[in-house]
Ligand binder design. Structure first.
Ligand code: ATP
Ligand code: MG
Length: 392
């Protein structure tokens, strides 16, 4: 029965003179999301609100589902809209609306009319009273409660008349594209997709890099990362995923460096390469799924050692999250089931039995010098393997 949506946005409403930039970005993201839905839609900005009107047939559930992925939207209000054909007709429409949306007709309600078109013959207060009366006449079990109504029935009189009473929560945040771009280090695990989601939620566009180590990691493991990027892209829009062949670097580190430092040194090379690609693709920072103390490579000492190789800011939105909290977000955003598929992102030969938990930077640097002979060449070759997959 619904034919349109009023989309509410919270934070972008307070951006002063730049507000139109945020609104335009939001409209852009809404268009992108609705492209995947059946039906055609007209999207309009009007006095601090965004309206989406279906032009003919559309799939309501699918449309709501897509809108629930657009950052910047705080609430989705399904509406009906009608032409102004006189007040009698409006009373009928409102009564029909109430009966359709609340079939047992036994709630408390309040009518909240807003006359945005000032030449409408009745004033808001009068519209409230008259529509309220029409509802009470048609639905004797309904009662008016102006303080805490169960149903707040909004009637907006503009060129057309809009009626709504339901608000479905949106994802919040800021429209993607209003906050620059960052490079997500995306593995097949639970954490990094959540990290990407959280930074994108603040309006940041996401590119991603995955370090692949064939034949030690399978094609299926790579496909899992592509699948995860696709799920995240429902929120972020298209993700440019760089797949880097990391095998030779890993083998060389394995050959030349103490095994308990392998993970740290490997992570330092991941960060260096990610930063290089980020610099070439206009990214302003890196994003990882690290959280203090989760594993040996994420102690404060280890994070200091990995961080040291980068000059770009490294965003770690999960830094203070417990694993269970991360799992909850991953379930909410739909990445969890894919993340727990058993395709390892790292072969056991690259994981030491007793990795260092308090790496000493001077020692790490000294051991990295064992790599001097070939590492620059290997990094260069790895960068040449960059396979770009556009995920959407
Ligand atoms: P995740 O669940 O995100 O895989 P994790 O708990 O397995 O994280 P680590 O393997 O220590 O933790 O990785 C820490 C972070 O480093 C990841 O969150 C991710 O951002 C990045 N990372 C790890 N492995 C890769 C990889 N193969 N390709 C790209 N980034 C990676
Ligand atoms: Mg991992």
């Amino acid at each position: 029965m619904f034919t349109a949506f009023l989309l509410k946005y919270a934070e972008i409403g307070v951006k002063g003179n730049n507000r139109y930039l945020f609104e335009d970005a939001l409209v852009h993201q809404i268009k992108f999301a609705l492209k995947k839905c059946e039906g055609t839609f007209e999207i309009r900005k009007n006095q601090g609100r965004i309206y989406v009107e279906a032009q003919g047939e559309f799939d309501y559930d699918e449309t709501v589902e897509h809108l629930r992925h657009v950052f910047g939207i705080s609430g989705i209000c399904p509406m009906i809209y009608v032409e102004d054909e006189g007040f009698e007709k409006l009373c009928d429409t409102v009564v029909r609306y109430v009966k359709d949306v609340y079939p047992d007709c036994s709630s408390t309600f309040k009518v909240n009319a807003r006359r945005a078109r000032k030449n409408y013959p009745k004033e808001s207060m009068e519209i409230n009273a008259d529509l309220g009366e029409a509802i009470l006449n048609a639905c004797p079990k309904m009662r008016v409660d102006v303080r805490e109504p169960e149903i707040m029935l909004h009637v907006e009189i503009r060129e057309k008349i809009y009626i709504y009473s339901v608000e479905i929560p949106g994802p919040g945040g800021m429209p993607v594209g209003t906050g620059g771009k960052a490079m997500l280090l995306l593995s097949g695990g639970i954490d990094s997709p959540v990290a990407g989601y959280m930074i994108a939620k603040r309006g940041v566009k996401i590119d991603a890099v995955y370090f692949h180590a064939p034949p030690y990691t399978s094609e299926r493991a790579k496909q899992k990362v592509v699948d995860l990027a696709r799920i995240v892209s429902r929120y972020t829009g298209p993700i440019y995923l760089h797949v880097i062949n990391f095998t030779d670097i890993q083998l060389y580190i394995h050959e030349k460096c103490p095994h308990e430092e392998l993970t740290i040194i490997m992570r330092r090379y991941m960060m260096r390469i990610a930063e290089h690609i980020a610099g070439e693709t206009a990214c302003l920072g890196l994003i990882t799924g690290e959280s203090i103390g989760q594993v040996a490579s994420q102690t404060m000492n280890s994070l200091a050692a990995t961080n040291e190789v980068c000059t770009m800011p490294v965003y770690r939105p999960l830094i203070g999250f417990d694993k269970q909290e991360i799992v909850e977000v991953s379930q909410k955003i739909g990445t969890y089931e894919t993340s727990i598929q058993p395709y390892e992102d790292c072969c056991t030969i690259f994981v030491a039995k007793h990795p260092v938990t308090k790496p000493n930077l001077n020692v790490i640097r000294r051991h990295e010098r064992n790599l001097d002979e070939k590492i620059d060449e290997l990094v260069k070759t790895a960068l040449e393997t960059d396979e770009l997959i556009v995920v959407e």
